[in-house]
Ligand binder design. Structure first.
Ligand SMILES: [Zn+2]
Length: 381
């Protein structure tokens, strides 16, 4: 396990790339950003906007663009920016997670109340529950199935209603440095389903003896050829906006009514920022499993971002990561066990199979899995 020399990005992240000086591509992008001609990018964005307005008129489409939203910080910015700043006629699409939190419900309603039409899509919860359990046992990743309809929904709706433009938020290839995926490193978001979680997967991934493909319509990312034929464009707003960052987006959304996880303990959340993954507790648990698989979780992701944007020294980031990363409140584990109907003991039996034994050791006395590595220091597995 090797770390980026600038931030705390480990080389265990799937799809990550480092240069010969052992700097990760997310840090390199941060440097590159300083050289970007943002005026030109903005002009490009305006051109796309104008094109979408003309095209929707030509198509007799009811909207200029579709935005998939959760009501979180990024989607709040995307929606309001598109409507107020770009003057687009926006249709929101929301794919509600199973077991949505109360704060999550508030945030999506808060966004709609800013003046939007919305289509809410919700895949059959009985099927979602089954494949969530399946994904936990097969991949040690219970949130994987929910990502399929989440990403597919905006593309499905754009195709059905002939809406010319889809506006996505950030391109993970740039912000996380996962350039070894099929995401591409520009503003084009047509390949958004090629990121780490979906990896180009399709609804077939969840077909089983008791679930047929016909029951998984919402999980199917539309055919790229069909998107191309209809001349639908998909863009990452982040690529065009100089001001886009975790903190900017968060502040933008908070003053417009976004709520975070204000009362929970940071040790239960496994992170030190309260405005990420607000709508689903399963995300917290998933970050803990990610930590045991790859040696890093949500705190590392947040700390890396803070180092790159100059808010945190590498040294202080190490302290935060050692303190909070990989933590998850017992209540989230019991909630999840109840949801997929297994015992907590079974949960740990399954999770243990996915723990990377090259970088974690089981403490015989306590039964806890402890890291062999030291955060920020290269470790020979
Ligand atoms: Zn880095």
């Amino acid at each position: 396990m090797k770390y980026c020399k600038k931030c705390l990005q480990p080389d265990t992240r799937p799809g990550i790339k480092f240069n010969e000086d052992k700097i990760c591509y997310a840090c390199l992008y941060e440097e590159e950003k300083k050289k970007i001609d943002w005026e030109t990018r903005k002009k490009e964005l305006i051109e796309i906007t104008e094109w979408a307005k003309e095209k929707s008129e030509e198509n007799c489409a009811p909207y200029d663009c579709v935005i998939g939203v959760s009501g979180g910080k990024d989607s709040t910015l995307q929606a309001i920016y598109a409507k107020e700043k770009l003057g687009l006629k926006v249709l929101l699409v929301n794919c509600e997670p199973d077991e949505i939190t109360e704060v999550g419900k508030h945030n999506i309603e808060n966004l709609i109340q800013k003046g939007f039409d919305i289509i809410k899509m919700r895949p059959n919860p009985q099927i979602m529950k089954k494949i969530t359990k399946d994904a936990f046992y097969r991949y040690g990743n219970p949130v994987k199935p929910s990502e399929y309809p989440l990403w597919a929904s905006a593309y499905i709706i754009a195709l059905r209603f002939d809406i010319p433009l889809i506006i996505q938020g950030e391109n993970a290839a740039l912000t996380l440095g996962v350039v070894n995926t099929g995401l591409g490193t520009d503003g084009n978001a047509v390949n958004v389903n090629e990121g780490n979680t979906l990896a180009g997967g399709n609804a077939n991934d969840w077909v089983s003896d008791d679930i047929s493909l016909r029951e998984l319509y919402m999980y199917q990312f539309p055919d790229k050829e069909e998107i191309k034929k209809k001349n639908i464009k998909a863009i990452y707003l982040q690529y065009y906006l100089k001001e886009w960052s975790t903190i900017y987006n968060q502040d933008f959304a908070i003053v417009r009514g976004l709520l975070g996880r204000s009362t929970e303990s940071l040790y239960d959340l496994g992170r030190y920022r309260r405005f990420s993954s607000v709508d689903s507790d399963m995300q917290i648990l998933n970050q803990m499993i990610k930590y045991y698989k790859f040696g890093f979780g949500s705190t590392t992701d947040q700390a890396c971002c803070d180092i790159r944007e100059g808010r945190l020294s590498r040294e202080d980031a190490i302290w935060l990561v050692e303190e909070y990363d990989g933590k998850c409140g017992d209540k989230y584990i019991s909630e999840f066990c109840k949801y997929i109907n297994i015992t907590v003991e079974e949960f740990w039996n399954v999770t243990e199979k996915f723990i990377n034994k090259k970088i974690f050791n089981k403490d015989i006395r306590t039964g806890k899995w402890l890291p062999k590595f030291k955060v920020g220091e290269d470790f020979d597995e």
